[in-house]
Design a protein. Structure first.
Length: 383
């Protein structure tokens, strides 16, 4: 980055451009992405929006309307320890884009949107992709989806301190309207399947917010890595839990111990469930889909230990609603949202009951959202 006399922030174009990135709903395939596994996300029409104006002083200034906060940093001199957490995501995106050769000269960003923060709908990846799209557009550079998603994933790992997989970033970068994406998180190969018109996906916020670096998310990633290192002692071909089958896992139960065995069992079984869920959607078998979603939650609760009391109350409540064929927690865990797969004709009654009954439990009306499967992050013209 040049260090010359470019200190006039108004030297860049004063034209304001607008970018948005959707939230991500993972139908099934939780905690499999950082284990090289399979995931089945779709996007929803809730967005992080970024209004961007170019600057020529090699500074990034940002205002978060939702957090009522603002911050500023100089490109190439990102002192992340002094930044609020939300700004580290932006600084990370800038740093990783520069490593890819994207010539950044600065920007003023106004960040807003209607995507709840910390609700398990990947507000972090949404912020990363909206910001990345803004930076690239101002620089006149485009990147392919694989590179763009990887840049944003590395921003979260290296700069925000979250040892995440690539699912969230890839879904937000490359999703298609009306469809779910089966993503192989090792090869980055994708297949899309249409979401049936007979179903709705209802998302309810438990009211318990999570923040990945402070939660057990990184602990789970570390436990999976430890399990892999032990499994490699008996199976040299194991690179990740993706490479392990049930028989191999059961044979090494004593080597792993109870905790690591259960962590690995969740990932191994979740990969199988994810592939089966893709087939169920392709075949229109909603009953099978519902059973797989329910089994996914049981595994997340019992083997991965990432649920909490509020999530379990919400799961129990939705399970008792007529028309709900399956519910599970979504996101990294330790709070966040519950996804319910609902017969479309029952959507209105299910939403009403959740608002009433769960509202009585928590003392206020919960946030409930019916998913509208959206496309990828990009530039847009506001109405």
């Amino acid at each position: 980055m040049p260090n010359g006399s470019h200190n006039n922030e108004n030297a860049a174009s004063a034209v304001t451009r607008h970018f948005r990135a959707p939230g991500r709903i993972n139908i099934i395939g939780e905690h499999t992405d950082y284990n090289d596994g399979f995931v089945l996300p779709t996007n929803t029409a809730l967005y992080t929006t970024v209004s961007a104006v170019g600057r020529a002083d090699y500074c990034i200034s940002a205002t978060s309307e939702a957090l009522r906060d603002r911050g500023k940093f100089r490109l190439g001199n990102n002192k992340l320890s002094t930044m609020p957490q939300w700004l580290t995501y932006i600084a990370g995106v800038a740093a990783e884009l520069e490593k890819e050769g994207v010539p950044l000269t600065g920007a003023a960003l106004d960040i807003d949107g209607d995507l709840p923060i910390g609700g398990g709908l990947s507000s972090s990846a949404s912020l990363e992709l909206a910001t990345a799209r803004a930076f690239m557009a101002l620089a006149g550079v485009d990147l392919d989806i694989d590179t763009l998603a990887t840049v944003c994933q590395l921003a979260e790992i290296h700069h925000a301190g979250v040892n995440c997989g690539i699912m969230d970033q890839y879904s937000v970068a490359g999703g298609k309207p009306g469809a779910a994406m089966l993503l192989d998180c090792r090869s980055l190969e994708t297949k899309f399947v249409a979401l049936p018109d007979t179903l709705s996906m209802v998302v309810t916020d438990s009211g318990v917010k999570h923040q990945h670096p402070e939660s057990g998310y990184n602990d789970r990633a570390a436990e999976c890595m430890k399990a892999v290192s032990l499994l490699q002692q008996a199976n040299s071909g194991v690179r990740a839990l993706r490479d392990v089958n049930t028989d191999q896992l059961d044979a090494e139960k004593s080597r792993l111990g109870n905790v690591l065995y259960r962590r690995a069992r969740h990932v191994v079984s979740e990969n199988t469930r994810t592939l089966a869920a893709y087939s169920a959607l392709a075949e229109g078998d909603v009953i099978a889909l519902g059973a797989l979603v329910r089994a996914s939650h049981d595994s997340l609760r019992d083997d991965y230990d990432v649920s909490c009391k509020s999530i379990e109350m919400l799961i129990e409540l939705t399970a008792g609603c007529d028309g709900v064929i399956g519910s599970r927690m979504v996101g990294g865990g330790f709070g966040g949202c519950v996804l319910s797969i609902v017969e479309k004709k029952a959507t209105e009654s299910v939403v009403k009951r959740i608002r009433t009954d769960y509202g009585n439990i928590i003392g206020c009306e919960p946030w409930v959202h019916v998913v509208s499967a959206a496309g990828a992050a990009g530039e847009f013209e506001p109405e």
